[in-house]
Design a protein around this ligand. Structure first.
Ligand code: 13P
Length: 248
């Protein structure tokens, strides 16, 4: 039986006080769930969230991290700061970071290499734009993003890495990818990893789907062989709605 990994991404929503109320409610609604549930929250909410999830299996992480250990990088946060706040994972290269904050494949790679030196689990996001897909280039784009992100990463580290396929055209648009479209890309990535590393390594990597996921999509998405879980934006903001998705 597949135990799904369900990651909620709050993006730029919720204050520390609101975080605590949310988590108390979520804990109540999902107390009997078998899913692995994680929440990627704003930096300023991490401590409050870590405190609130005590006694549950929910894990708390960040939405971004800097590639250096410390220094004169105003406004940035390091892996050791995240660890000491109690975060256990971090998103890297979310398409909104790429689109609005100029993150490149090279930055994603440097961040990943840094995170692999820490105890944090990296969730590396990738996915093509609508124009890439319309031009029939989605496979090339996706593979070149994965190749660039994993540059210099040894196969020994692969089992610790989570990948998240988030086609840009599906994020926040209500246009969820069909299970077939998602499975196609996930299968492609899995066979690429199998060639580059080994079939065993490729099987050990969790690949999540993200982009307009709601509770009603869970059964068909999770039935796909290469979909190990989901990365959820809008549908995780309300604890009751998110619990329906988790308890699908
Ligand atoms: P939506 O679920 O709101 O489309 O957001 C997806 C996403 O970007 C999660 O990281």
């Amino acid at each position: 039986v597949k135990i799904p990994l369900i990651v909620g991404n709050w993006k730029m929503h919720k204050t520390p006080a609101e975080s605590s109320v949310y988590i108390q409610q979520l804990k109540k609604y999902i107390s009997s769930s078998r899913a692995n549930v994680m929440l990627a929250v704003p930096f300023i909410d991490i401590c409050a969230c870590v405190e609130s999830v005590k006694g549950s299996l929910i894990r708390i992480g960040a939405q971004n991290v800097h590639e250096k250990d410390f220094g004169a990088y105003t406004g940035e946060i390091s892996t050791s700061m995240l660890e000491s706040a109690g975060a256990t994972f971090v998103l890297i290269g979310h398409s909104e970071r790429r689109q609005y904050f100029g993150e490149t494949d090279e930055m994603v790679n440097r961040k990943l290499l840094k995170v692999l030196q820490s105890s944090l689990t990296p969730i590396v996001c990738f996915g093509e734009s609508l124009s890439d897909r319309e031009a029939g280039k989605e496979k090339d784009v996706v593979i070149s993003q994965i190749q660039a992100a994993l540059d210099g990463v040894s196969g020994d580290f692969l089992p610790q890495i989570v990948l998240a396929y988030e086609p840009v055209w599906a994020i926040g648009t209500g246009m969820v990818a069909t299970p077939e479209i998602a499975e196609n890309v996930h299968g492609l990535v899995r066979s690429y990893l199998s060639q580059q590393f080994s079939p065993t390594v490729a099987q050990s990597v969790k690949i999540l789907y993200g982009g307009s996921v709601k509770s009603e999509h869970m059964v068909s998405l999770m039935a796909q062989k290469n979909i190990d879980g989901v990365l959820v934006g809008g549908a995780c903001l309300d604890p009751e709605a998110f619990s329906k998705l988790i308890n699908y």
